[in-house]
Structure formats: C-alpha cells, structure tokens
Ligand binder design. Structure first.
Ligand SMILES: Cc1cc2nc3c(=O)[nH]c(=O)nc-3n(C[C@H](O)[C@H](O)[C@H](O)COP(=O)(O)OP(=O)(O)OC[C@H]3O[C@@H](n4cnc5c(N)ncnc54)[C@H](O)[C@@H]3O)c2cc1C
Length: 436
C-alpha cells in the first residue's frame, strides 16, 4: 500500500467521461485530497468488438491528456471481466492509499451491482463511498404519479417533467475548490492490452448547433438532410457532455421538440431504475412469456443489411459502417426484426449494443421494447411499419438509399411483407393475447 502523504480520493469514472460539469468530480474536489481517476472496462457488458469500447477508449485518452496537462499522473485504467471486478478493485485498494471514493450514478442495473461491490470494499476499508446524482435532470424517483408510483406512459411523465422544471436544474455543476490530481505517473494502456478490437468511429460530437436546434422539428426525420439531428447521443451516452448542457441548449434555443427527445431519454432512464429487470425482460409482466422465434439465416441477413427491403438494408449498412443510424430507421429496422421476422427483441438489442457508438443501456432497452410492443408506452402490436410506405414518406427520391446501397433491387426480399404481416398478427392474437 502507498503510504505517502494523506492519501487520495478515487474518482470512479463510468458514463461520465468529462472534467467539467460533473457532480462527482465537484464533490471529490471539495474533499481536497489529490484525485485518482479510475475507469474499469467491463468487457462482459458488450461484445469485445463493440464500437463503444473504442469510443470510450478515445475519450479516456482525451481525459488522460487533460489530467496530465494539469500536472496529474494520468488515469488508472484496467480491464475487469465478469466476476473479477471485486478482485481487481481489491488489488487497487491495496496499492493506493484511498481515503474516499466518488462516483456519479449510472442508470444500468449491471453498474448498480458493481456499486454494491464497491460499497462492500469501502466498508471493509472503513472509507466512505459517495454516489452523486448526475445522469439525468431528475433522480428517478422525483417525477412520479401523485400516488408515488412511477409513470409507465411518456405523455403524463413529460407533462410533469416540464411542470416541475426550472432552468437552475440545468445549471452546470461548478466545484467550489479546483480539483487537484494525484501526480503518481501511470501508463495509459493500449487497446490491445485491454483486449479491445479497434473500430472505425467518427469523432464524438459535443457541440449542438443553434441553427440545427431551431430547425430540428422540421429536419429530424429527413433522411436526405446533411444535419437533420444533433448527433449528441454518443457524448451523452458516455458522458462527454452532461445532460444539463443538452437541456440548457434546448431551452436557450426554445427547441421544444429537441427537449421532448431529451425527456424520452429521461423517461427510459427512470424506467430502468424502477424496473431493473427490464434490461433482460419485458416491461409489461404479462408479455414476459412470449415465445419469440429466431431464424438464424434471416437474422444474419438483417444484420448484414441484406433483407431485400432497401430502406431497412440502407439503415443497417449505415449502422455497421459508421455506428450510427437515424432514429426513423432504428424504429423501422427494429419493427422489421421483431414483427415481420418475429425475432426475439433481445437479439436486436444486443446487435445494436455492439454497433452503436451512442449505445445507452436504458434508451436501447427501452426503445427496443417499445418497438417490439412489450415495453412502456409501446407501439401497439398491430402497428407494423411498411418498408415501402416508409420509403414513400421519408426517402421518395432515393437519396438516402443510394448513399448506402450499391445493389438496390438486386437482393430478393427474404420475406413476403403482406404474408409476414398477417402471420404476425395471427400469431400475436392466438399465442400472446389469448394466453393471458
Ligand atoms: C431500436 C432503437 C434503439 C435505440 N438505441 C439507442 C441507444 O442505444 N442510445 C441512444 O441514445 N438512443 C437510442 N435510440 C433513440 C434515438 O434513435 C437516438 O437517441 C438518436 O437517433 C441519436 O441521434 P442524435 O443524437 O442525433 O439524436 P437527436 O435527434 O439529436 O436527439 C437528441 C438526443 O435526445 C435523446 N433521444 C432522442 N430520441 C430518443 C429516444 N427515442 N429515446 C431516448 N432518447 C432519445 C438522445 O440522447 C439524443 O442524442 C434508439 C432508438 C430505437 C428506435
């Protein structure tokens, strides 16, 4: 154990990878001890080749440089596979003279489990563990129904959210004391040493343009527009910017539609806190026993963007090439997988988790369940998107498709849309509704 000086504070970074406007960092700074920033790669949460590992690694490198420039020694980064997190932590606790631990909350049940591990190790060492609220504007139990129970429907939740909102809630958190970083030299690990496969990722967008916000309500669904949406999702998912920043920008630009989208994020974060089991199972208990199918070949075609339905395929190819897919196409391709292919939503959720650079456990799970018709405030089971109608509405000139497909019309559709639609409706009526 390090015995020099008075010891250090451990700042446990997770989905809050920034040095500004962070509740946990402010609190650690106020404590006054030199801060050691720590990040553990949990490779079990995502596939080893998940794009977000690379995104996180790059952001950690930015933080590490910034901390070194402030005469700190750099971040403490290690890999913690499933089941070894507690051993990995114990080793760190035996090397560092840790006096307190600080962390921002993360709305992911797997992280809650890790907090319990951290808590018990802290207790064993007789040191405090401070967990601060930071991931959303309101803590999950603030916007609730008059009887104290959580909302299961977005509209009344959003109404209450707005009624209670005042701009100070979106003020940045500014520490009263300047953070002092621990100076112990630490080596920044290579991707290889962490067992992570490097992926192509665009730079993480952290700025939200004013014009975009003003035009957002009109542009957000346009597939042929150069900047229809903010692309702030990745920064929010890994915490490169705070949710306070995004909400403040929406209010300043008076972009109510953009704010509503951020409230959807809040809604899904609230839901996963109240119902952590939904990371794996349907939000609606009576829909938990559905026996979804899984046809290996069609799932692979869907992943590869080779279903023969050009808009679905174009979206899936943009996803695998860039780590991004517009919301409209996420809804279309999820609806296609769950309803027309009748495939278990969890397979789609895991595929998106591995591909999206903006993967967010609460939003991905919530949206997948919404699309499959088993989540909170979901699309009704009988709403099945027609890939042809979606083309007429959102890509009539084919600009988006031609950007991502070089073989449009060459792939035989893997299903007959009308037949698959009828079969789904019959299956749902007789196998799902009648079983209740
Ligand atoms: C099947 C499916 C899976 C999805 N998985 C994710 C995910 O893993 N991570 C994620 O952040 N979003 C997810 N979304 C929601 C949405 O598609 C993305 O947030 C959005 O496309 C990101 O692009 P943007 O940052 O340009 O968004 P903008 O349109 O500019 O919106 C701004 C921000 O609002 C939030 N937001 C917007 N729409 C939603 C929504 N429907 N639900 C929750 N938050 C929203 C996001 O934080 C987003 O960055 C998913 C949607 C579907 C249908």
């Amino acid at each position: 154990m390090r015995t020099d000086g008075v010891g250090v504070s451990l700042l446990w970074f997770r989905r809050d990878l920034r040095l500004e406007d962070s509740a946990a960092l402010a609190r650690a700074a106020e404590c006054g001890l030199p801060i050691v920033g720590m990040y553990a790669f949990h490779t079990g949460d995502l596939p080893a080749d998940a794009r977000q590992h690379t995104v996180v690694y790059r952001q950690l490198s930015i933080l590490d440089d910034a901390i070194r420039a402030k005469t700190g020694g750099g971040l403490l980064i290690f890999r913690a596979d499933d089941g070894v997190f507690s051993d990995a932590l114990r080793r760190r606790f035996s090397h560092e003279n840790i006096k307190a631990v600080f962390a921002n909350d993360v709305d992911d049940p797997r992280e809650r489990e890790r907090e319990r591990i951290m808590q018990s190790i802290c207790e064993a060492h007789g040191i405090p563990f401070f967990r601060t609220h930071d991931a959303t504007i309101y803590p999950h139990d603030t916007i609730v129904k008059p009887d104290g129970s959580p909302y299961g429907v977005y509209t009344p939740y959003a109404r209450r959210w707005r009624e209670r909102f005042h701009i100070e809630l979106a003020d940045p958190v500014i520490p009263e004391k300047k953070p002092v970083w621990d100076t112990t030299p630490r080596q920044f690990p290579t991707l290889k040493s962490l067992g992570i496969h490097e992926r192509e990722t665009p730079e993480t967008v952290v700025k939200i343009d004013d014009t975009l916000l003003r035009e957002y309500a009109q542009t957000r669904d346009l597939l042929d527009h150069p900047h229809p949406t903010s692309r702030i999702g990745t920064a929010l998912a890994i915490g490169a910017v705070s949710i306070r920043h995004a909400v403040r920008r929406a209010i300043e630009a008076d972009s109510q539609t953009f704010l509503s989208e951020l409230v959807w994020r809040e809604f899904f974060h609230m839901l996963i806190c109240h119902a952590p089991e939904t990371i794996q199972t349907a939000y609606q208990p009576h829909l938990r026993g559905i026996e979804w199918g899984h046809d290996e070949r069609s799932t692979e075609m869907w992943k590869a963007g080779k279903t023969g339905f050009p808009l679905v395929d174009a979206g899936m190819r943009e996803l695998s090439e860039t780590g991004y897919m517009p919301n409209r196409l996420r809804m279309l391709s999820a609806n296609f997988l769950c309803k027309l292919l009748r495939t278990d939503w969890r397979l789609g959720e895991r595929h998106f988790a591995g591909q999206l650079s903006d993967y967010d456990p609460a939003s991905n799970t919530g949206n997948w369940q919404w699309s499959a018709g088993i989540g909170a405030d979901s699309v009704p089971y009988f709403r099945i998107f027609s890939p042809t109608r979606q083309i007429q509405r959102f890509d009539p000139e084919g600009a988006y498709r031609s950007q991502w497909l070089d073989d449009e019309g060459e792939i035989e559709p893997i299903i007959d849309y009308e037949r698959a639609r009828r079969e789904f409706l019959t299956w749902w009526k007789y196998s799902v509704l009648w079983k209740q």
